[in-house]
Design a protein around this ligand. Structure first.
Ligand SMILES: Cc1ncc(COP(=O)(O)O)c(C=O)c1O
Length: 596
């Protein structure tokens, strides 16, 4: 058989036994084509199979003949034979019921046991139903399995080279010529793989991840349940576009979010791909629902990088500099930032609210305001928890004047702040909520969830997009919601968050540079200052030195804040406590070293 495999060097064969070891058995050509090596166990099994099918191979395309022969020597879950089109290492894989076979346009053939066949209690297919109708033909492009499966990296910090190591540096040289500088990198390292709370870089260093892709991995990197759900969906349907034919995960995820969002009124959800898109859609919906144009946003706010979202965002550099003109009818008000409120934290909520009401009345006109958009806990602005009463007061003002109140929970949602949505702690039911980031557990998906009457104010065809609610991302999101529920991650976010706050306060006692410790759930931050009395922000370079030192010791950390002086912590909600403490100790040392 090996002779025959050699006779067709551009083809490859993969056999997936139904029983362990479930290693994929590769022919020589396949191993070369995809860069995979074969394990001894796989080779041994392959040799057994060779013996079994010896003499059964006919004289048609040898690889197809091998597949034919192997089929009868199962049990196998899959046999894939593919011709590499013009040397591209891409598989075209066509699944058919075990007894049937088919040929793809590019000369591939697969024999695969159907899902139904794999279930022990599966009913035998009825003989009078044509095979095509019983088991619909499915076609898919797939990557070699190793690349798609979840990895399990030991949950410990391990520094084996200087960081960045030589391979990361090599990649960054290539990156400098291939990728524009405007697309920033906080850390000059390249990820090879990630699991739980650990990122392994291309040099083999294992880093504790306190950044989680900017709050995207609340359930941890490559969470097995999320990976499995995405893989399952990849095999069923990757995309038909919801506007062409709907898909089950989209509808189910909408139902789940409608049930999770605060408030008893009927709700509806639409999906998009990024946080910025969710924000854009929320504004469109609010304008249609009210027939008004003005949007009120806040100081220190971040809502994304598309034109409207960028216009809603506060900080000029780096987000907006030189990129105007900005979208019109956007009005910015002070946010109730207790640490820096001129009149003091105690008067912050009341004064900020008075100012907002008066400003809207005098300079915009309540009847012209379509929406007030606010992050219940500001993210990029520096993890600012607004003074108690501010959010509730604003929501009441909005209700009184029929203004749509939008809670942007892109960063604070999905358990990060200890609840599904941070605004729950304010006792407020927003009209619309935007979510993204941790919703997809690493796959791009965002949502606008809101009161059904508001959501339905947009005419048919007024909302959507090609990829919005992609079934793979939606299936992953359903697994994220399940995991948060099953593992009690909301509760864990609150209890572990308290421990983190306690630890940060204890650091504050020792490091004068820590002016403020704040946060809720596991959305925690410290604000660095040169002087606690004047609250002069610590300069960006000194903060960067702390972040760099953490990285060199194997901890990935992010800054935030209008003044670039906030260190924020976004570990997975699933992080092991020992690992968390290890990372915090590194941060503690780095602050000591960086600020004296
Ligand atoms: C509160 C908030 N809204 C919107 C966005 C934009 O999300 P995206 O980067 O997915 O467009 C972000 C991103 O950090 C965010 O924190």
């Amino acid at each position: 058989m090996r002779e025959l495999a050699r006779a067709a060097p551009s083809s490859f064969l993969v056999v997936v036994p139904a029983t362990p070891p479930r290693e994929h058995l590769w022919t020589e050509g396949e191993a070369r084509a995809t860069g995979h090596s074969r394990s001894d166990a796989a080779l041994a099994r392959f040799a057994e199979l060779e013996a079994e099918v010896e003499g059964e191979v006919g004289d048609e395309n040898p690889m197809l003949a091998i597949g034919d022969a192997l089929r009868d020597h199962g049990p196998f879950d899959e046999i894939v034979i593919s011709t590499l089109p013009k040397g591209l290492s891409k598989w075209l894989k066509v699944d058919l019921p075990r007894r049937a076979e088919g040929r793809s346009g590019s000369g591939s053939r697969t024999w695969s046991r159907s899902r139904r066949d794999r279930r022990p209690d599966a009913a035998p297919p009825s003989a009078d139903v044509p095979a095509r109708r019983r088991e619909p033909r499915r076609a898919r492009l797939s990557l070699p399995p190793e690349r798609g499966s979840s990895v399990d990296i030991p949950q410990e910090r391990k520094v084996v080279t200087e960081i960045p190591g030589p391979r990361s540096r090599e990649w960054f040289e290539r990156r400098a010529t291939a990728v524009p500088q405007g697309v920033f990198n906080t850390h000059p390292i390249v990820t090879a793989r990630a699991s739980g709370a650990i990122i392994e870089d291309v040099d083999g260093n294992r880093l504790i991840d306190f950044a989680t892709g900017i709050s995207v991995l609340n359930v941890g990197h490559t969470s097995p349940a999320v990976v499995a759900a995405a893989q399952r969906q990849l095999e069923l349907d990757t995309h038909t576009c919801f506007h062409v034919t709907a898909n089950e995960p989209y509808i189910e995820l909408a139902e789940r979010l409608n049930a999770l969002a605060p408030g008893d009124a009927p709700k509806k959800t639409m999906f998009a791909n990024s946080g910025a898109e969710a924000v854009e859609n929320a504004v469109k919906i609010a304008r249609k629902a009210t027939g008004r144009q003005a949007i009120v946003t806040f100081d220190h706010a971040f809502h994304g990088r598309t034109l409207l979202a960028m216009s809603l965002t506060a900080k000029v550099m780096p987000y907006k500099q030189g990129m105007g003109p900005f979208a019109p009818e956007i009005y910015r008000l002070p946010f109730a930032y207790p640490y820096r409120w001129p009149g003091g934290a105690e008067r912050c909520a009341e004064e900020a609210l008075d100012y907002a009401r008066e400003e809207i009345h005098k300079h915009i006109g309540e009847e012209n305001v379509a929406a007030v958009i606010l992050e219940p806990i500001q993210g990029e602005g520096g993890f600012i928890v607004p003074a108690e009463g501010f959010v509730k007061g604003l929501a009441e003002f909005c209700a009184e004047h029929r203004i749509v109140f939008i809670a942007d929970e892109v960063q604070s949602g999905m358990g990060r702040a200890g609840r599904w949505f941070a605004i729950e702690d304010d006792g407020v039911v927003p009209d619309l909520i935007t979510s993204a980031k941790s919703l997809g557990g690493g796959l791009p998906i965002s949502a606008v969830t809101g009161r059904a009457d508001v959501m339905d104010s947009v005419h048919v065809g007024g909302l959507g997009g090609t990829y919005g609610g992609n079934p793979v991302a939606a299936a992953a999101a359903l697994a994220v919601l399940d995991q948060i529920e099953k593992e009690g991650l909301l509760e864990r976010s609150r209890t572990l968050g308290e421990k983190i706050t306690g630890r940060l306060r204890e650091m504050q006692d020792r490091h004068k540079a820590i002016g403020d410790v704040r946060g809720r759930g596991m959305m925690n931050a410290i604000e660095l200052v040169t002087d606690r009395g004047t609250k002069e922000p610590l300069d960006g370079q000194s903060g960067n030195a702390i972040v760099k030192r953490c990285l060199e010791e194997g901890v990935v950390i992010l800054k935030a804040g209008t003044f670039d002086n906030v260190i924020r912590l976004l570990p997975p909600l699933t992080i092991d406590e020992t690992l968390l403490e290890d990372g915090l100790s590194i941060l503690d040392e780095a602050i000591g070293a960086g600020t004296g």
